[in-house]
Write a new protein. Structure first.
Length: 728
């Protein structure tokens, strides 16, 4: 609105965190769905075709979908107009994904706006962004008159009292408990004080924990005997109402707990209105309150808060001087002044863009645009699942109850839920959470804690059909548990997954199956995303890696560079496990063997027409014998997609991405018969490709193979690099 007052024609785009969206005013002309990557590209098309002059992106980690908000890059990549990005959060110690997102965001933005000098300093020192690209523009504030607070207090029923205020979305990081701890001393010296805590609980916190934090604050106030001196107003308030609350305030408290806060809109609003502020020394407060324009107190120090507040109330003339100094500086922060500085930033961005224009529409060839993926559709996965887990088999697209359940498929399904939650998109997170809980519960029931072995097959009547399952099914369960431990955002899921992984790991040392070794290695590296590498874990990783390398050394020849004298099923997983372990052990020999074996596997699984052709399960491929071309299994294509992307991450060789795409397209009809195995109407996948037809049954293994491959492809758009694994 401030920009519009400068005769700039503006409209807004909104980011929705739910599929049904919100009711917006007319100035909101387009909407993004937070976790839907395609909606960002559609937004880019909308902006391009409407010939927008400049886009101002408001960036903060946690707003946009994808790993560390990387979905926003899909929008910016396709824009033709200049981009000015306002950075509300600037991390001094980003993790590898956050660093990559920030670096690419900075590279693709024409100008960057920070709201504090500390932000410009971090951009320069941490991200190596030149100062000439950065504009320092303060957080905009309401233009309020400099008046005494008594005129506003009567409407709130606090006339004659001294009002302390904290406002904003409520959450543990606000440190309000320390302000409440300070109240008894403040009230002892100034009995007329009332502390107003204004604002609703943060919606994400409310979703996870309900009102636990607010209730804990209320109990604390009761325990400290200050119930009559504190008011909680659990509401979002309009801008007009906010003016009234700020007007009634004598001292504003921001007892935040974390120094690394580069911007506080609430602090800016109240400071600019000429209110005395007592704050902990987070970065924005340090800058704004410097030179005696407010009072800084140590973090988590209620006694210091009490002394600072009482010191101001004891010296009204000093408090008035502080207010006047704050108000004078605030004139530079009112919206009209801020809007003028943004317009200047936009003018610079447009001048830069004229000198270096973005690619025109005619340049949007297939080779230059992102690969279009089918939208995820989990209808059949949901149809195949019940409260126990996912059924093994289907008759056409109908679950086959007679065949019951198995650990193998529930492990695959649990991995899928975690991958989908990480990359975002449909289905909604609550559906994924329900599915993931069922699959994890199945895995927990499958583990015999006495023997440390996972069972595999369960009847529809929930009876286990064996004492323990195969080595491969055990290791696949470990792999899924490692994924849950390393990726799940649900604390209970993460802890249970870690427990299952740790209980089931030891017995693998006695296993003889190379695929079980490989699945376990994949699980180990997933587990290490969150947990430290203990000596025992490092020893197991080294043992299984060495066993695979020994197999290679024993069997491989120049004409048969493989681990065994036959190529059977889930073949690419052996290569993938060695590539992964080779990178992070580190073990150069293992990495080389993984890449060489995968190169050979790619070469023998490709038709002259360029299609992916996996080794068939109807006889497999024996050395010095004929290979079976059919029946082709979906798990082979999925394993190849995963292994090729692992090879790409290790080498940055784009040919591996092309091989992953070739294997994925096998599902969609780029195969020997030219028939799609994936059913776009049901979300299911056929059980295999015969020499003359597809197998029309859509079982769990095949359906999950497709969706896991699709998730791999989607995740590769904005990949999450593996975190460095600590040495034992």
């Amino acid at each position: 609105m401030a920009l519009a007052a400068h005769h700039a024609e503006c409209f807004t785009g909104a980011v929705n965190d739910r599929t049904d969206g919100y009711v917006y005013p007319s100035r909101v002309r387009f909407e993004l769905l937070e976790k839907d990557l395609d909606s960002y590209r559609r937004a880019a098309d909308f902006l391009n075709f409407n010939n927008v002059d400049v886009l101002c992106v408001q960036h903060e980690f946690g707003i946009y979908g994808g790993p560390s908000g990387s979905h926003v890059l899909a929008l910016i990549k396709e824009l033709r107009m200049p981009v000015v990005t306002t950075l509300h959060t600037i991390l001094q110690e980003p993790n590898p994904v956050q660093r990559r997102v920030m670096k690419e965001l900075a590279e693709r933005s024409d100008r960057l706006v920070v709201m504090a000098r500390k932000g410009a300093e971090i951009l320069r020192e941490t991200y190596r962004i030149p100062e000439a690209k950065v504009d320092l523009i303060p957080h905009g504030i309401l233009d309020m008159p400099f008046v005494d607070s008594s005129g506003y207090k009567e409407q709130f029923g606090v006339n004659g009292r001294k009002v302390l205020l904290t406002f904003g979305l409520l959450g543990p990081g606000k440190g309000i408990e320390h302000a409440i701890e300070a109240l008894p001393e403040i009230v002892r010296r100034h009995p007329d004080v009332v502390y107003l805590v204004l604002g609703a609980t943060h919606p994400h916190l409310l979703e996870r924990e309900g009102e636990r934090y607010r209730l804990s604050l209320e109990r604390l106030a009761e325990d400290r005997g200050v119930k009559g001196h504190i008011i909680f107003y659990n509401r979002f308030v309009s801008q007009d109402d906010l003016k009234e609350f700020i007007g009634a305030t004598d001292i504003y408290l921001t007892p935040y707990l974390n120094e690394a806060q580069i911007t506080s809109g609430t602090l800016a609003y109240v400071f600019g209105a000429g209110k005395a502020v007592v704050s902990t020394p987070y970065w924005h407060a340090q800058e704004l309150l410097a030179g005696g324009r407010g009072t800084l107190v140590p973090f988590r120090n209620s006694q210091a808060i009490a002394e600072a507040v009482c010191g101001l109330l004891d010296e009204p003339l000093r408090m008035e001087r502080i207010r006047a100094d704050a108000y004078a500086m605030g004139r530079e922060m009112i919206w009209p002044a801020v809007a003028e500085r943004y317009l200047e930033s936009f003018r610079q961005a447009r001048a830069t863009r004229k000198a270096n224009p973005r690619t025109a529409f005619a340049g949007w060839t297939l080779s230059s645009r992102p690969y279009a993926l089918p939208p995820p559709r989990l209808d059949h996965v949901i149809r195949m699942s019940d409260g126990t887990g996912i059924f093994q088999h289907a008759i056409f697209n109908v679950p086959n109850f007679h065949e019951g359940y198995c650990t193998d498929d529930n492990a695959r399904a649990f991995i899928l839920c975690n991958m989908l939650e990480e990359i975002g998109g449909d289905p909604p997170a609550e559906n994924l959470g329900t599915l993931a809980t069922s699959y994890l519960a199945f895995l927990a029931a499958a583990l015999d804690y006495k023997s440390g072995r996972f069972r595999n097959f369960m009847s529809h009547g929930r009876m286990w059909l064996e004492e323990y399952g195969s080595e491969d099914s055990h290791a696949r369960a470990l792999w899924a548990a490692g994924v849950g431990a390393g990726r799940s955002r649900n604390e209970g899921h993460r802890r249970l997954s870690a427990q299952l992984f740790e209980r089931g790991l030891e017995v693998v040392s006695s296993f003889t199956s190379p695929r079980a070794w490989s699945f376990t290695l994949l699980g180990i590296h997933e587990y290490l995303r969150q947990f430290k590498c203990t000596p025992e874990l490092a020893a197991m990783r080294a043992l299984l890696t060495d066993r695979l390398v020994d197999l290679w050394n024993t069997c491989a020849t120049a004409n048969w560079p493989w681990f065994e004298p036959y190529v059977t099923y889930d073949n690419a997983r052996l290569c993938q496990a060695l590539i992964l372990s080779g990178q992070w052990s580190p073990n150069k020999v293992a990495l080389d063997v993984g890449l060489k074996s995968l190169s050979w596997l790619v070469s023998i699984q490709k038709t002259q027409a360029g299609c992916y052709r996996p080794i068939g399960s109807n006889g497999f491929y024996l050395r010095d014998g004929a290979r079976a071309d059919f029946d082709q299994q979906p798990v082979e294509a999925q394993a190849m997609v995963s292994a090729c992307y692992e090879a790409f991450r290790a080498t940055q060789d784009a040919s591996w991405s092309r091989e992953a795409k070739r294997a994925f397209e096998w599902f969609l009809g780029r195969n020997d018969l030219g028939l799609a195995l994936y059913d776009f109407t049901t979300g299911g996948c056929s059980d295999g490709l015969h020499h003359d037809r597809v197998n029309e049954n859509q079982g769990a293994e095949s359906t999950l193979a497709f969706h896991l491959a699709l998730a791999e492809m989607a995740g590769a758009e904005h990949p999450t690099p593996p975190l460095p694994h600590p040495s034992p």
